[in-house]
Ligand binder design. Structure first.
Ligand code: UDX
Length: 459
């Protein structure tokens, strides 16, 4: 546990917070300068942030604990699919270095960026062990000007890090929370053209330093206190999830009343107060952020003694979506035992190879448990050599997966599925039954082609 904060440190920080004429003059010179930055964690967040910061002209040393990852990056290989990232890493390679050694990353660095993952622990809270391991390294680098946390962390984490810095005689080292709002598949674009860059910093100098790094980024830099920045990230994700789950509940109501959720949400989204985004009904959300962040926010509130009722409902609606789909399809085809089912799409969304918390995992597992033979297709997904995927058959094209199938489910709305030859698909299936879990296709057209066509919230 960090020691109690010494009074001298408080004074040093208060002096730094003053923001008088001298510090302002200094701050104005922060802009546009090339900085030396140590980035900890070469995953989706760290690698994209590191590559983008290098592209912006900074000198970046990326440190990761995985030797496979560091060796691959040093050879010029990108460890996951992210549009534009390979080009960025190549273009900025003179300003980028990869290392396993924390000391090498920190040597001469002005800033340390913490971008390690914070997966859910056994109790559902964010597991911060990787963050603390990086902070242990950072505490050996008193020459730093600031420590910046991009990882999604519970509110209060920054305050704990601040105390640790102070207790180690690093009161002059600034601290900032700089949460990342980028989405996979458009992470590079989101970093360079963000809706906002949130910087939670308690002192003006640190804020100016971080804002200066983003000078060439096309978006406003917003300053707030550290705790608010930490909560802003979790809140934004929770509200996006709430929109999706609400659309999914309305979709169920549409099924019961004969309305069409696509038309309902088109009208709703045209209201500028509500916006068109994240109103897509379907099989629900998955991925590396939403499931873990919703759980972390729920547990964070629970730890304060408050139950976030709305968020709990948002999570429950999402858990139900893939199960409802399976139930509806079972009713349509008279159960799954001995049936061949084609799963079209495995990744948690199109444009990524990420399978984390993908609805396809629940769907494939349920189908196998009901005795179905599962045939999958996905252009990118990296299916782990684990259940349920070891018990399924993977195909190179959707048509191969569909051949001889008793029914098919669109799990991920890959554009290839919109454009493929569905007449040929209908002819090659044992029975042309399609559950369109992403409302990708036109019901009228699919029925014209002879499909028994089921969708989410559409008559
Ligand atoms: C999300 C947030 O968008 C991003 O700001 C945060 O930093 C990380 O989490 P990401 O997980 O990459 O990004 O995916 P996103 O594109 O937001 O989609 C999340 C999930 O919601 C996907 O499973 C997607 O299929 C689902 N979704 C999205 C819907 O079901 N309906 C919609 O209308 C939109």
């Amino acid at each position: 546990m960090p020691k109690k904060q010494p009074t001298a440190n408080k004074k040093a920080r208060a002096a730094a917070r003053q923001g008088g004429k001298f510090t302002r003059a200094l701050a104005s010179r922060e802009n546009g300068k090339s900085r030396r930055i140590a980035v900890f964690g070469a995953g989706y967040i760290g690698l994209v942030a590191g590559a983008c910061l290098a592209e912006l002209g900074h000198i970046v040393v990326l440190r990761d604990v995985s030797s496979d990852r560091i060796e691959a990056l040093s050879r010029g290989e990108v460890p996951f699919y992210e549009p534009g990232l390979a080009e960025l890493l190549q273009g900025a390679k003179d300003r980028l270095k990869f290392t396993l050694d924390a000391g090498e990353a920190l040597a001469g660095a002005e800033l340390a960026y913490v971008c390690v993952d914070t997966p859910p622990g056994p109790a559902g809270d964010a597991d911060l062990s990787r963050v603390w391991a990086v902070i242990d390294d950072v505490l050996r680098a008193p020459h730093l000007r600031a420590v910046v946390v991009k990882s999604t962390v519970p509110v209060g984490t920054g305050a704990r890090i601040r105390q640790m810095l102070d207790a180690h005689g690093m009161a002059a080292v600034g601290y900032a929370s700089n949460p990342e709002f980028t989405a996979e598949g458009r992470a590079v674009n989101d970093f360079m053209h963000p809706d906002r860059v949130v910087v939670g910093a308690d002192d003006e100098d640190t804020f100016r330093l971080i804002a200066g790094l983003h000078e060439r980024v096309d978006g406003p830099v917003v300053r707030m206190d550290v705790r608010s920045a930490e909560l802003a990230k979790l809140t934004a994700n929770a509200l996006l999830m709430a929109k999706i789950s609400f659309a999914n509940e309305i979709a169920t109501l549409c099924e019961l009343t004969g309305a069409d959720v696509q038309q309902v949400m088109r009208a709703v989204g045209m209201d500028h107060r509500l916006g068109v985004h994240y109103l897509g009904a379907g099989l629900g959300w998955g991925g590396s952020c939403f499931p873990k962040d919703s759980s972390a926010l729920k547990q964070l509130a629970a730890d304060t003694g408050h139950h976030l009722q709305l968020l709990s409902a948002v999570i429950e609606v999402n858990n139900l979506q893939p199960r409802r789909a399976i139930q509806r399809l079972a009713e349509e085809i008279g159960g799954f035992h001995g049936k061949r089912i084609a799963l079209l799409g495995m990744a948690f969304k199109p444009g990524t190879d990420d399978m984390r918390e993908a609805p396809s995992i629940v769907i494939a597992s349920r189908l196998l448990a009901e005795g179905a033979e599962v045939h999958c297709w996905d252009p990118l997904a990296r299916a782990a050599a684990l259940d349920p995927w070891t018990s399924t058959t993977r195909h190179y094209t959707p048509l191969e997966a569909l051949a001889g199938a008793d029914a098919a489910i669109i799990v991920t709305e890959w554009p290839e599925l919109r454009d493929m030859d569905w007449a040929q698909a209908a002819a090659s299936m044992r029975a042309p039954v399609l559950f369109d879990g992403r409302n990708l296709l036109s019901p009228a057209r699919m029925r014209e082609l002879g499909f028994s066509y089921l969708a989410v919230g559409r008559p």
